[in-house]
Write a protein that binds this ligand. Structure first.
Ligand code: ADP
Ligand code: MG
Length: 677
């Protein structure tokens, strides 16, 4: 479809500059991208129900005859009402359109139609507003439903697509080599494009879908593999494994078996001539930091530097504290660089770094900025990787001569998916929690129990614990949702003798740091916050977390939040407060109460959400897919993985497959990947 991406969408009849702007909002600017704007679902208009069986709250198709077209009525506010009376042979119903004469004009008295829409009204007076309709008895009856933007209807998009298909279908060249199509029984691109948009039958739509998903996943995997090729260089830092005894002796606890195994895997990688690319995956609280610290120790014993990048200042600060406490007694110099490191202090720090006087630099995105120069960067660690994109990961790597890379993530994803999302990183799994941890007890309650939850908090504080209270909003915005500022006042009133802190993302970094430090040092008993504490924050004495409007958070976020407690041998609790009545919300909260296993929750989320965004591009930095879903279509991934390897083995740069290569470039251009072309 190469050329069609340079054909402006305004080339199509009926698409003027105004329409073009609306299409732009959908990410559609060319005929090529229009053809890749796939329907979300289809309506089968022949799947009709009797009016008496039509639900009041969801759309369906009902057949009926137009009895009488009422005169056009002008309403207040300049609106116009077009009303048509129909009968379903046993019961009458009304069809209404506002402001648009076109559909009204199409309906003819005495003719039969199939109407599709939400049949509301009352039991005796059913009414459907702005339905789709076709004359009854027509053969072509499957209508595509497109994801919409305001101002464009599904029907309109469908019409533009039909025009584009008419004009360009013959020109479509197939990016998939014919042997791949034959071997995996995939239809031609022309058939696929036509039948995804205007299916001849449900079966044809299925065939089209399967082929397009296959192609998209193949393109994704090819892209990841090509990116990986670029980084498969030789490192300047083959490290000699150090004696770890001083390191382990200095720890205030025994390493778990899983920690020892993962450290072993990392030290083995560090000796190799190729740079390490390893994902360290471990549920919240499994103790990833100390594993990374062992790597840093190894680098320092070899006289080389390390960098650790965290997604927030709070986390960077915390890592700095932890690692400094751990490593400084072993003669390792640790420094912190964030957006708030400024002036003379920053200058001195950068000079020391360039001179090799700093062994470990901890920081935020600031580490990637231009003026940060290492003298011998051997190991790069990124924490909570899902917050960084593929691109940022690469940028830090370019600060050294192909340093070793360790990526830490608490997002529990099935291995097959991890392989895609993280290219072909090697994976170490921390599947064992430090000894003595107790199961976090989790309860879901309604807002009526808020005072009791606060009383329970008081009890925990009296026994030496600390408490988080999480709200979805920062301050009162007049919505139903709880906000942190109000909650702080409320709780302070209920517990006047306790010290209640407030933390949110709009505070200045220095203020955030100060509040976090105060909480950590137990100068605060209770911390009311937004989800800024979601990732990684470690305060061992915190043993109760109360989440308000818990229905507002996805399972993975709730799991992360709950991971803020249960970080010592103190019994910990999680109270999820919600008045939500929705089925999905209830199921989610229920799952949280039943299990604390991140993998089990991830799997459950997957079932619950279907084609969802658990691994949405915001989290993993992968390009946004147009038709495939990494979770739902994960069976296809195995096939495309095989094809990907076969193609690249024979043709490492895809020079003989320029169409595929162009698709790769297009998919990855959205994440700002350079150098693929
Ligand atoms: P995460 O994997 O969520 O990043 P951390 O590295 O923050 O976990 O560790 C969680 C807590 O567990 C920290 O307070 C840390 O000191 C402690 N910890 C780590 N390893 C062990 C261990 N083997 N035994 C006891 N406590 C440990
Ligand atoms: Mg962590």
């Amino acid at each position: 479809m190469k050329d069609l991406f340079s054909v402006d969408i305004q080339f199509l009849k009926g698409v003027g500059p105004k329409r073009a702007q609306l299409y732009q909002k959908l990410g559609v600017d060319s005929v090529g991208s229009l053809l890749q704007y796939y329907p979300r679902s289809y309506i089968d208009l022949h799947d009709t129900v009797p009016l008496s069986a039509a639900p009041f709250d969801s759309p369906c198709a009902v057949q009926g005859r137009v009895v009488r077209k009422l005169p056009v009525a002008r309403l207040s506010g300049g609106r116009t009402l077009y009303k048509v009376l129909c009968t379903n042979y046993e019961q009458d119903f009304a069809v209404t359109f506002f402001n648009t004469p076109y559909p009204y004009g199409q309906l003819v008295e005495g003719e039969d139609y199939i109407f599709y829409g939400k049949f509301g009204g009352t039991f005796t007076g059913r009414q459907v507003g702005s339905p789709l309709f076709i004359p009854a008895g027509q053969p072509h009856d499957v209508l595509p439903v497109y994801p919409l933007t305001k101002g464009l209807t599904s029907k309109e998009i469908s019409r533009s697509v039909a025009v584009a298909i008419d004009a360009f279908l013959a020109q479509l060249a197939d990016p998939l080599p014919s042997w791949v199509r034959t071997q995996y029984d995939l239809c031609h691109i022309g058939f696929a494009v036509q039948n995804i948009h205007l299916p001849q039958s449900p079966q044809a739509a299925q065939l089209a879908r399967r082929r397009l998903i296959f192609e998209e996943l193949l393109v994704l995997q090819l892209g990841m593999a090509l990116l990986k090729q670029r980084t498969r260089r030789r490192t300047d830092y083959r490290l000699i494994p150090p004696d770890l005894a001083p390191f382990t002796a200095a720890l205030p606890y025994q390493l778990t078996g899983a920690q020892r195994r993962c450290i072993g895997e990392i030290l083995t990688d560090l000796q190799r001539p190729q740079p390490m690319s390893r994902l360290l995956q471990g549920d919240v609280g499994s103790g990833k930091t100390v594993v990374a610290a062992a790597g840093v120790y190894a680098a320092a014993q070899n006289g080389a530097q390390s960098a650790l990048m965290a997604p927030t200042e709070i986390l960077a600060e915390q890592h700095y504290q932890t690692l400094n406490t751990l490593l400084q007694p072993l003669g390792i110099t640790v420094a912190l660089l964030t957006g708030s490191t400024k002036g003379a202090a920053k200058k001195a720090l950068l000079a020391d770094l360039a001179a090799g006087k700093i062994d470990l630099l901890v920081g935020t995105h600031a580490l990637i900025s231009q003026n940060v120069t290492f003298s011998k960067l051997a190991l790069v660690v990124t924490d909570e990787q899902h917050r960084f994109g593929v691109k940022q990961r690469g940028a830090l790597g370019e600060k050294g001569q192909y340093p070793h890379m360790l990526v830490m993530s608490a997002t529990p994803i099935p291995r097959t998916l991890a392989l895609i999302i993280y290219g072909d990183l090697d994976i170490s799994v921390l599947d064992e929690k430090p000894a003595g941890r107790r199961e976090i007890e989790t309860f879901a309650v309604d807002f009526g129990k808020f005072r009791r939850a606060v009383a329970f908090a008081e009890k925990q504080i009296r026994a030496g614990g600390q408490v988080y209270v999480v709200c979805p909003l920062i301050e009162d915005s007049g919505s139903e949702l709880k906000d942190a500022a109000t909650a702080q006042q409320q709780i302070q009133q209920l517990l006047p003798h306790r010290r209640v802190g407030l933390l949110h993302g709009r505070m200045r970094p220095k203020e955030k740091e100060a509040v976090m430090a105060a909480f950590k040092q137990k100068q605060l008993d209770l911390l009311v916050s937004t989800t800024v504490i979601e990732v990684g924050v470690d305060v061992p004495d915190a043993n109760l977390i109360i989440v308000q409007n818990a229905e507002r958070f996805g399972l993975s976020a709730l799991h992360q939040l709950r991971g803020r407690v249960g970080r010592s041998d103190r019994q910990s609790y999680c109270i999820l407060i919600s008045d939500a009545q929705g089925e999905t919300a209830k199921k989610r909260l229920d799952a949280m109460c039943r299990t604390s296993d991140g993998f089990a929750l991830a799997n459950f989320d997957l079932e619950l959400r279907g084609p969802g965004d658990f691994f949405g591009s915001a989290q993993h930095g992968l390009p946004k897919l147009k038709i495939a879903d990494l979770l739902q279509d994960r069976m296809v991934l195995a096939q495309t993985g095989t094809v990907c390897r076969q193609l690249l083995d024979a043709d490492p740069q895809l020079r003989q497959n320029p169409l595929l290569r162009a698709e790769v470039g297009r998919l990855f251009s959205q994440v700002g990947q350079q150098g693929l072309n």
